[in-house]
Design a protein around this ligand. Sequence first.
Ligand code: AMP
Ligand code: MG
Length: 478
Amino acid sequence: MKLSQLKLATPYMDLDSIFFDEVEPTPLKKPFLISVSQDAAKLLGIEDDISLDENLVNIVNGSHKLKGSKTFSMCYAGHQFGYFVPRLGDGRAINLGKVNGQNLQLKGAGLTLYSRQGDGRAVLRSSIREYLMSEAMHGLGIETSRALSLIGSDTDVARSRWEKGAIVLRLSPTWVRFGTFEYFNAIGEHAKLQKLADYVIDESFPYLKGEEGVYLKMYGEIVKNTAKTVAKWQSVGFNHGVMNTDNMSIDGRTIDYGPFAFLDDYDSNYICNHTDVDGRYSFKNQPGIAHWNLQQLAVALSAIVNHDSALEVLESFGDIYEREYLAIMYKKMGLVNSFESDLELFKWMLRALGASPIDYTKFFRLFSRYNGDKTDILELVELQKPMSEWLDAYDKRLEKENLSNENRHKQMLDVNPKYILKNHILQEAIEKAQMHDFSMIEELLTVALSPFEEHSELEYLSKSAPAQSKNLKLSCSS
Ligand code: AMP
Ligand code: MG
């Protein structure tokens, strides 16, 4: 099967026309291919090399329509930084249709009904970030939208300076957001809201169909999925940056990559988004914000889900989150047996990481080969005492494990990535791409999709940020 041969369906358009607006993409000038993810193509049932497809660039540019495709943008609302905005929508995303359980969407393909003051475009810089990060999240085993291909162009796009426009063809099993329900609740269209819920059950939770209290159960699944995804974010040190309810996927996967960042040195107070002056979306606030967003969703669903029952379900969020998070963190620590005192040892570890300070990802990778010799780890820290004392406690704890060092190391190397998309490396790749050298994008895609492998020839992509560019804040402009 070739990309050009796909036949799309548009089930979302079977909903009432209030849900979306039909819109034609506005192609970019002189489009050219930058990258494809062959791994993402498999989701569409494509085994052929899609970069050889003669229509690829035009498909991503919106100038070649796939069979069955009808193009539309979706309408939604959302709480942005805590304040309700009654009408948002896909301001620069255009849906092409659905195949193999994946909804294809072009990001940056021009103006839509929902563009407001925006230009409907996405610049190369942010498109590279979204493209690589979608694939990297997947590589880390975290639920996410995917990216099939990235194109560049000669279209000028005005930001704080002139930049070039780009488009990412992205895929997701759903593009419905918490904010989609908020829209219909705000305008009092309760029949439409129920229709949307039925659509979501069909698309994302088909196993619930026909069950009693199906909408409450749907809400329960959203709570569970969201809690688990955020637990995974916290475990790898990912800061999303813009957890507005319109950026929360209804099936709990990670979507809408903006000014995201991974922690360089461990700092739970880190805020990646430059415009987030109060730190609403700081790293440590993410679980609490996910809970707050789910509360808003419960309000939005109150016409079809008893509000008290929804809040009761929401009470499980903390437990689900904590169970998932701690299970991952204990694995990262190489602990197989479980003891009550492990929680204290874990919290102590975070304090030691913060006090050292130390690169979060590098620490766990080095730690995955720890055999009682502290030298390598202590070489990385400025302040050795907190880390050294913690390692002494860890040594004692290991006495209660039965695994050999070798087997423990093997397990730890499978959960502690060598490669994450550090901002300073992404920045290097972006600067090269702006000079038309896309080689680093291919290298980063390789490590993004298999971050637990060594890739000795690409070792430089794992280097820590230089002191002056650690834990920087990023601009939202994209
Ligand atoms: P975000 O927080 O980036 O997900 O964007 C919030 C809202 O602004 C969404 O409705 C986006 O579609 C819209 N938006 C962001 N950038 C642009 C742009 N350049 N043109 C049109 N709409 C945009
Ligand atoms: Mg968004």
